[in-house]
Structure formats: structure tokens, C-alpha cells
Design a protein around this ligand. Structure first.
Ligand code: NAP
Ligand code: MG
Length: 494
């Protein structure tokens, strides 16, 4: 138990007593099975890359090597796309939708059966707290397969009076922040709509996608229906450019999204882009303050701020700004930063050395711009990549820490007086992925939701996900929707 001392002077943050601590509660790694080296999953089996080249994947919390991962070059991507093409034309397209659904259900069940192993590997490879992998990433990944399995033989009901038809081979490229979950978001609707798949995970977090490949192989899914190729940006580019890829589904940064859009311009390829974000959590003076503070913390600090829809800006109404910021600082003091494998940890490791460097550069930028820095007093582990939960106070709309995506546990705080000012400030950025509203008044919520240029708006909660609800962006956060009925559309021709 942590013990908080009441401060006498109003307004000064309460101090955290270091003498009361949770006992360590590390999750065991004994039960997981990992190979020393992973090949490419092409046509239903693991094969050596043509290049014969591999790279090391590490644990960002310890900097220890976990395994070697194959690098796919153009030749390997060609093999994978051809396998997917053949499987599409000869098997998957012809199969009765009910039969396709059974395979997708089976994959969902197998993810559930292996949940513990998948959660541990996700945390080892990505750095996120085991609590997150265990309670969010893995169950949601299984739920996406269950949900889309249900749609596979009901596409005519999903789009009445239309004739839904599959597209062919989907090339799918995903980022490192929700490795298994993003793979599920991509593969499940593609298969349900009758397409076959070539998927590339991010270089730093390939392991759970490769474990998913093992599950897929064991599920008996016909060979070539799902292919998983690993490597760097070049591998992704080869998928995008392959002439037999009919649809590109990308989740990642806005910069790479723009490169992809240019690469496919003038082709018949369909594309969806799920890109960056810079969401505002907007707290009105009639908000339930304690819940709002918890929502803000959940929105930016849990998962190290490695969330595209992270609430990385706080807009707080002037009348409650002091109390919200004071309570936020107190709560930050109680956050446990450290070993992601410990069940008590709130903030795990930053995913990579490069990402930590980027976050540190933004912290320097914020200081140089004149914003006021506040960090919790926790001590960081000596090894691994870690960052303290960080606030920037007194920021203005033009500050780079307000405008740009940092993708770390860094929150930029601004105040506002009127509803109009809140809307203006929330919308005045290049992104439009998500937003949060905290208020007692339903009417205020409905007014705001129509005016905020954001794909998802949460009210009196934050970062809640469900396979049935669509997710996606406005403006430079991309286009196309994943999840729900809407998530089937990008994989179908009506
Ligand atoms: P990233 O650098 O854009 O990489 C995303 C994926 O694209 C990786 O697999 C990457 O491979 C690959 N890639 C890199 N260059 C490529 C190219 N020229 N052509 C094709 N593929 C290429 O993004 P990230 O750093 O992994 O992820 C963080 C970003 O993802 C943030 O901006 C975040 O907001 C966004 N995101 C958005 C959503 C959403 O739903 N809107 C969800 C999650 C994350 P390598 O890893 O090997 O470079
Ligand atoms: Mg990258």
C-alpha cells in the first residue's frame, strides 16, 4: 500500500511516502515457448528469408535479446503475395462463408486458450505493463476475431440490397504500440469479408504476430490465406507496391501514411490509413473531478502514452484548473514506473531507444518554448528505456508540444473559459482521431460531439474499446474505419 501525506498548505502537491510500497508481483515467464530464431510465415509454414538475414528483437525493459527475426526482401514479399493470391483464387473465395467463419472462430478460441502466453510475450517484446497486455490487448484481440467471425456469413444482412464481394489480397502494415491487437483489427475483418492477407508487424514488436502465425497454422486455416512477413520499412514498402496487392491497410505514423498514399496514387488499390493523433481531454467546471483526473491519467500515462488516441492534451476550464492540476500531480506521484512484468506497474518501458530519444527531444523542446515542466519524483530503473510521467503547464496553442504527436507519457495542459474556446482549441491541430469530454451535462456532451473534429469522442470516460464500434480519424489522422460494421466496408466491393 502506498501512503499519502495530507499537505497543510492548499495548492501544494501532497508528498508520497517512500516507506510504504507494494511487494513485487512479477508475472512468470516460465510457461512461454519462444524459438531462438523466427522465419517468415508464408504459405502455411515458417521459411527462411531469401536474404538469409535476421535482426535481433529485444526486451526494452532489460535491453536483453529475445530472439532473431527474419528480414523479408522484395523476393520474400513476392512469394507471400503470390501465396495469398493463389489461396484467394483456389480456396478462400470459393469456400462457403459458414466454413470461413468456423476458422475465424477457431483462431479466436485459440487466442483465448493461449492468452497468458501471448500477454507475457507482448509485454516482454513491447514494454507495456502486463496488466494492459493481460486485460486489454489479448482479450480485445480475441474479441475482434469472435465479432468478425459472426459477420462472415451475414454480409448480405450487413449491407442490405447490395452484393458484397471480396477484393483479393490485402496488404496490411501495423505499428508497435498494440502489436497483437492491431494484427487482429486487420486480419479478422479481411478474412470475414473473404480476402486473403499479407501482414507486416513493426520491427520492434514482431513476436506476438509470429505467435499468431503459429496459432493460425495449428488452426488448420488453408495455407496461404494468412502470410506474415517481418522486417523494416522497406518490407512494408514492398507490400504496398506489389502489383497483386488489391487493398492496403496501414496503421502507423502520418509521415509514412503520406508516403503510402503517394506510392499507390494512380493504381486501382484501395487504401485505409489509421494515423497519428493529438487528442484533447476537455474538463468542464461541472465535471466529476476525481473521475476526470483518473481518466486523464488513464488517457496519457498508462501504456506510456504509446496510444494513437492518447489524451495527450488537457483542456481544463479556468474555475477548476488549480484543483485538477493539483490532484493530477498527486496522482502522478502514486504511479508506479518500472518492470512491465510486475502486476503493480502502471507505466512500463518505452518501446525503443529511438522512441525514448524522440520523447526526450520533445521534453527539451517544451522547456525551450517556455512551458513549465513537472515530472513525478519516481526513480527510473537503471537499465531499459523509461520515462517519468511528465506535464507541461502554461502551454499555448502554438507550442510544438501542443501541436505535435509525442507518443510518450507527456501531457500538455491548457486552460479555457467558454465552450466555444474549448472547441476552437481542441480542433486547432492537424490531427482528429479522438477526444474526451468531462461534464455533468448531457446536453453539453451532445453539443460538443457535433462540433469536435474527431473520429471518436468519449464522454466521462476514456480509451474504451469494443469490436462493435468503429474507430478512425479526421484530417491528418487518416481515413477509413476499423471495428464494427464500418470495419468490413474497406474489405468489400458493394
Ligand atoms: P510508423 O513508423 O509509421 O510504422 C508503422 C509501420 O509501417 C511499421 O510496420 C513500419 O515498419 C512500416 N513502415 C515504415 N516505413 C514504411 C514505408 N515506407 N512503407 C510501408 N511501410 C512502412 O509508425 P510507428 O512508429 O510504428 O507507430 C506509431 C504511430 O502509429 C503513431 O503515429 C500512432 O499515432 C500511429 N497509430 C495509429 C493508430 C490508429 O488507429 N489511428 C493506431 C496505432 C498507432 P518498421 O517498424 O519496420 O519501421
Ligand atoms: Mg518505424
Amino acid at each position: 500500500m502506498s501512503k499519502v501525506k495530507k499537505s497543510e498548505a492548499e495548492g501544494t502537491p501532497l508528498k508520497f511516502f517512500g516507506d510504504w510500497k507494494y511487494a513485487p508481483a512479477p508475472e512468470s515467464k516460465e510457461h512461454i515457448r519462444l524459438k531462438k530464431q523466427y522465419g517468415l510465415f508464408i504459405n502455411g509454414e515458417f521459411v527462411q528469408p531469401k536474404s538469409k538475414k535476421y535482426f535481433d528483437t529485444i526486451n526494452p525493459a532489460t535491453e536483453e535479446k529475445i530472439a532473431e527475426i527474419a528480414i523479408a526482401d522484395e523476393k520474400d514479399v513476392d512469394l507471400a503475395v503470390n501465396a495469398a493470391s493463389k489461396a484467394y483464387n483456389n480456396v478462400w473465395k470459393k469456400m462457403h462463408a459458414k466454413e470461413r467463419a468456423k476458422y475465424i472462430y477457431r483462431i479466436a478460441r485459440m487466442i483465448q486458450e493461449r492468452a497468458r502466453e501471448l500477454a507475457v510475450i507482448e509485454t516482454m517484446n513491447g514494454g507495456k505493463p502486463i496488466r494492459e497486455s493481460r486485460d486489454i490487448d489479448v482479450p480485445l484481440a480475441a474479441n475482434h476475431f469472435f465479432y468478425y467471425a459472426g459477420w462472415a456469413d451475414k454480409l448480405n444482412y450487413a449491407f442490405p440490397n447490395r452484393t458484397p464481394q471480396s477484393l483479393g489480397v490485402a496488404g496490411q502494415i501495423i505499428p508497435w504500440n498494440f502489436p497483437l491487437l492491431m494484427a487482429a483489427w486487420k486480419i479478422a475483418p479481411a478474412l470475414a469479408a473473404g480476402n486473403t492477407v499479407v501482414l507486416k508487424p513493426a520491427e520492434t514488436t514482431s513476436l506476438t504476430a509470429l505467435k499468431l502465425a503459429e496459432i493460425i497454422a495449428e488452426s488448420g486455416l488453408p495455407e496461404g490465406v494468412v502470410n506474415i512477413v517481418t522486417g523494416f520499412g522497406k518490407t512494408g514498402a514492398a507490400i504496398v507496391q506489389h502489383p497483386n496487392v488489391n487493398k492496403v491497410a496501414f496503421t502507423g505514423s502520418t509521415d509514412v501514411g503520406k508516403i503510402i498514399q503517394k506510392a499507390i496514387a494512380g493504381t486501382s488499390k484501395r487504401v485505409t490509413l489509421e494515423l497519428g493523433g493529438k487528442a484533447a481531454n476537455i474538463v468542464f467546471d461541472d465535471a466529476p473531478i476525481d473521475q476526470a483526473v483518473e481518466g486523464i491519467v488513464n488517457g496519457i500515462f498508462f501504456n506510456q502514452g504509446h496510444v494513437c488516441c492518447a489524451g495527450s492534451r488537457l483542456l481544463v476550464q479556468e474555475g477548476v484548473a488549480d484543483i485538477v492540476i493539483r490532484k493530477l500531480k498527486e496522482r502522478m506521484e502514486t504511479l508506479i514506473v518500472g518492470d512491465p512484468m510486475d502486476k503493480n506497474t502502471d507505466i512500463g518501458a518505452i518501446n525503443s531507444k529511438e522512441q525514448l530519444k524522440k520523447i526526450q527531444q520533445y521534453i527539451t523542446i517544451g522547456i525551450n518554448e517556455g512551458a513549465e515542466l513537472y515530472q513525478s519524483s519516481c526513480t527510473l530503473p537503471n537499465k531499459g528505456f523509461f520515462c517519468k510521467p511528465t506535464l507541461f503547464l502554461n502551454t499555448s496553442q502554438s507550442h510544438r508540444v501542443v501541436q505535435e504527436e509525442i507518443f510518450g507519457p507527456v501531457l500538455a495542459v491548457q486552460t479555457f473559459r467558454t465552450v466555444e474556446e474549448a472547441i476552437e482549441k481542441a480542433n486547432n491541430i492537424p490531427y482528429g482521431l479522438s477526444a474526451g469530454i468531462w461534464t455533468d451535462k448531457g446536453s453539453k456532451i451532445f453539443n460538443m460531439t457535433t462540433k469536435l473534429r474527431a473520429g471518436v469522442v468519449w464522454a466521462n470516460t476514456y480509451n474504451k474499446f469494443d469490436p462493435t464500434s468503429p474507430f478512425g480519424g479526421y484530417k491528418e489522422s487518416g481515413f477509413g474505419r476499423e471495428g464494427g460494421l464500418h470495419g468490413l466496408l474497406p474489405y468489400l466491393q458493394l
